[in-house]
Design a protein around this ligand. Structure first.
Ligand code: NAD
Length: 330
């Protein structure tokens, strides 16, 4: 099946080509993001394969449908970048990768937490420069601290289990209680209660209208002073400008983010030789108590292997007219 693969990095091309060896789909790799301007590159493709920063809105879907596309397959779990109801109205199916190593993201969130709390990236930069001074590198023990997990699904529950192993008390917020989280002694609270009592807060809920800016100026004002915030979920969960103000005042003690609200124009590309015009990200990376990574929490051998295999399986099933296992509801 002729499929245009957007936002295709070298590893996407290599691994999708390997996974496609059995099926022989005609994969057309496009490095650009899918937008209203680049949609024409999928002319004649029955399927498009997209990633988190592609815009798959109603306008783009209408263009794709007019060109013959009938399937959108996203190489991600989250699907906030796709207008699923517009796709349904156009008779297009949308699939995602429902399950891939949730450990990849949970473990990375723990890594970010340790890195920002114990200043590991700063320390490494210092020693490379021959500076073995400890001043400014003091962190705090996680043992005995309270960790708030917003979104206690697959990733959030694994993150909680790891932090339980560190000897942390667990608080959670979710619209559905997870017995696995409660079995760790986790207690569910409202967001303001969780923010007021936690030394560390980690976000693991999807980006929905109900969770957009769940961390904002008001919730940050109620934060336990000096707490650390970790976001490996979606940038739109945090009002970044409010976070910058909270960092400046010391209300927010540290911030570790793998996702950023305006990441679409920045992430997954090398901009080191260009002038970055996004002042918010530039301000963020200037703080000594902030770590920013470029949406890499999923990036493990296990997770990527599963993402590629599931994506190919969806293309096979669609072409063969079989039921689609990872269909996104309209
Ligand atoms: P999941 O569906 O297993 O868990 C999400 C949890 O969030 C569920 O328990 C759900 O009930 C809860 N939730 C829904 N609405 C909520 C609300 N209003 N308030 C609080 N909780 C709410 O999903 P998952 O596999 O654990 O993934 C979680 C998120 O992680 C994804 O939505 C995605 O945005 C993000 N993610 C990021 C990366 C990365 O590389 N950085 C990779 C994969 C997933």
């Amino acid at each position: 099946m002729k499929t245009a693969v957007f936002s295709a990095r070298r590893y996407d091309q290599r691994l999708l080509t390997q996974a496609n060896a059995h099926a022989g789909h005609e994969l057309i790799f496009v490095q650009d993001r899918l937008t209203a301007d680049t949609a024409r590159l999928a002319e004649g493709c029955a399927a498009v394969c997209v990633f988190v920063n592609d815009s798959v809105d109603a306008e783009v879907l209408a263009r794709l449908a007019a060109q013959g596309t009938r399937l959108v397959a996203t190489r991600s779990t989250g699907y906030n970048h796709i207008d699923a109801s517009a796709a349904a109205a156009l008779g297009m199916a949308v699939v995602r990768v429902t399950d891939y190593s949730p450990h990849s993201v949970a473990e990375f969130a723990v890594g970010l937490l340790l890195a920002v709390n114990r200043k590991i990236a700063r320390a490494s930069a210092r020693t490379r420069d021959g500076n073995f001074e400890l001043e400014g590198l003091m962190g705090f023990d996680l043992h005995g601290k309270t960790v708030g997990v917003i979104g206690t699904g697959k990733i959030g529950a694994i993150f909680a289990r790891i932090l339980h192993g560190f000897g942390c008390t667990l608080l959670g917020h979710d619209v559905v209680a997870n017995p696995a989280f409660e079995a760790l002694g986790g207690r569910y609270l409202t967001v303001p209660e969780l923010m007021a009592q936690s030394d560390v807060i980690s976000l693991h809920c999807p980006l929905l209208p109900s969770t957009h800016h769940i961390v904002n100026a008001a919730s940050l004002a109620g934060l336990k002073r000096g707490a650390i915030l970790v976001n490996t979920s979606r940038g739109g969960l945090v009002d970044t400008e409010a976070a910058v103000l909270a960092l400046k005042s010391g209300q927010l003690g540290g911030l570790a983010i793998d996702v950023y609200e305006q990441e679409a124009s920045l992430f997954f590309q090398d901009l080191s030789s260009t002038i970055i015009t996004d002042d918010v990200i530039q301000r963020l990376v200037s703080f000594p108590n902030v770590i920013v990574t470029g949406h890499q929490a999923f990036f493990t051998v296990e997770a990527i292997g599963q993402i590629m295999a599931t994506t190919l399986e969806s293309l096979d099933d669609f072409e063969a007219g079989r039921p689609l296992r990872n269909l996104i509801p309209a």
